[in-house]
Design a protein. Structure first.
Length: 234
């Protein structure tokens, strides 16, 4: 579904990504693991067209999206849930969700997807008329994820979905991520909570200072002594 080859991104003289390569197969949950500054968010931003690539190629479902604009990439079905939620604070929950469908005009299907989001996140239905700014952090994360689902992504990029959430909400968010995946959406997950990310992933890649240093089945990486020491507190 996604094939990344030799991806490089620079911020001025600083090379944030140094030629990384990885792939995502349809139906998988893939986790990108790494410490702060390793290049995880930069990777997602470059895939979704938010920042310019210095070199390398990105193929998505056979389309070369390396130089494509962000809105065209969304229309192809690759959608990012940004770090920090980024909800539209002064708009209602329902209006935020409606904006997620900005590329679409199939009204009946949009209504069906709204119902699906409300079934995944019942709290959003209860608060559909509230301004997004009045929601808790966990509810805003649910809204950001629901908004992305309104564009019917085939590949969903999730950037730090558990950041700042209480443990009970983290469990709920990860349960919903797995449900979204079971219902047919492929997931590329960036997550600081490495154990949680690896526990639900099929495969994972370890990023260090802009390079992929390790990859493999997630369960193998959980058992790896170097990964335990660096990321799992073991």
């Amino acid at each position: 579904m996604l094939e990344v080859k030799g991806l490089e991104v620079s911020y001025g003289a600083i090379k944030a990504l140094k030629g990384i390569s990885f792939s995502v197969e349809q139906g998988e949950i893939i986790s990108l693991i790494g410490s702060n500054g390793a290049g995880k968010t930069t990777t997602l931003h470059s895939l979704s067209g938010i920042i310019r690539k210095a070199a390398g190629s990105v193929l998505f479902n056979g389309h070369d999206i390396s130089s494509m604009s962000a809105d065209r990439i969304v229309r192809l079905g690759l959608v990012q849930v940004p770090e920090g939620r980024r909800v539209f604070a002064n708009m209602s929950v329902r209006e935020n969700l409606e904006l997620g469908a900005f590329t679409r005009n199939d009204r009946d299907a949009i209504r069906q997807d709204m119902d699906r989001v409300f079934s995944l996140f019942p709290r959003l239905k209860e608060r559909s008329r509230q301004e997004a700014a009045t929601l808790s952090g966990g509810e805003q994360q649910m809204l950001a994820m629901g908004r992305s689902l309104m564009s019917r992504p085939s590949l969903l990029l999730l950037d730090e979905p558990s950041m700042g959430l209480a443990p009970i909400l983290v469990d709920e968010i990860f349960r919903i991520i797995q449900q979204i995946n079971r219902e047919g959406t492929t997931i590329l997950l960036v997550e600081q909570n490495a154990y949680k990310a690896l526990s639900i992933a099929n495969r994972a890649y370890i990023l260090e200072t802009g390079m992929v240093t390790m990859e493999g089945p997630a369960q193998d990486l959980i058992a790896n002594d170097a990964v335990k020491s660096a990321y799992l507190g073991g």
